[in-house]
Design a protein around this ligand. Structure first.
Ligand code: HEC
Length: 190
């Protein structure tokens, strides 16, 4: 009997704990935290695709190529293209957030900064190594929270391909440079 009561009490304490936890979750996470979490997933997926698919199959084993013209070449899309296709799909499916991989010196002009905040954020992550940029902006009468995360030339292949690409406005990139940034935008609920 005592034992059952102890179990019941424990269950009640657990239930209360769960309610308190749910209450905290219901208050919601900050825009910054939400953007940081989205960025974690994006950058993990990007790195997994780069290392476990492109590097392993195209660079090391050479069983298939990775090419910008992947459709004509029956090749793997480049990591930046994979990223953009995902971003375009999200844009078609939801207005809860949007994201893009941008650069001040883009190979693809679509990937250049379009708003003042994007320009400022891209400049900030180039000038302030290791720091992210967070801000707010108004677009078309709506307020947005925006977060900008630096994208580094982590391997030689990044700079070789970009420096040698016919559409690249920059030829002097080096390993370790900030090549661009991921911009995540979330509409602010009034
Ligand atoms: C084989 C060539 C190649 C390699 C390797 C490569 N890129 Fe790119 N990158 C491209 C192309 C082509 C685009 C434009 C893709 C598009 O159409 O959106 C691009 C786009 C980008 C962009 C968006 C701005 C722009 O230039 O259009 C960034 C930032 C970027 N790459 C960073 C990197 C980083 C960092 C690495 C290494 C981890 C890397 N790239 C490796 C070819 C390459």
């Amino acid at each position: 009997m005592m034992k059952r009561k102890a179990v019941a009490t424990a269950a009640l304490v657990l239930a209360l704990g769960a309610t308190v936890a749910a209450g905290a979750a219901a208050e919601g996470v900050s825009y910054r935290k939400a953007a940081d979490m989205l960025y974690r997933v994006m950058s993990a997926d990007r790195e997994v695709y780069t290392r476990m698919v492109v590097q392993r199959l195209a660079v090391d084993a050479k069983v298939v190529a990775a090419s910008e013209h992947f459709e004509d070449d029956t090749a793997l899309p480049l990591p930046a293209q994979m990223f953009r296709f995902g971003a375009e799909m999200v844009m078609d499916e939801t207005e809860d957030f949007s994201y893009a991989l941008l650069s001040l010196n883009p190979i693809n002009r679509k990937n250049g900064p379009a708003t003042d905040l994007e320009k400022k954020g891209l400049r900030f992550v180039v000038d302030n190594e290791g720091e992210n940029f967070y801000g707010e902006e108004e677009l078309g009468g709506e307020r947005y929270f925006a977060a900008v995360y630096p994208d580094y030339a982590v391997v030689e292949a990044c700079v070789q391909c970009h420096n040698g690409h016919k559409d690249s406005p920059r030829r002097d990139l080096r390993v370790g440079d900030v090549m661009g940034a991921v911009v995540i935008r979330i509409p602010i609920e009034e």
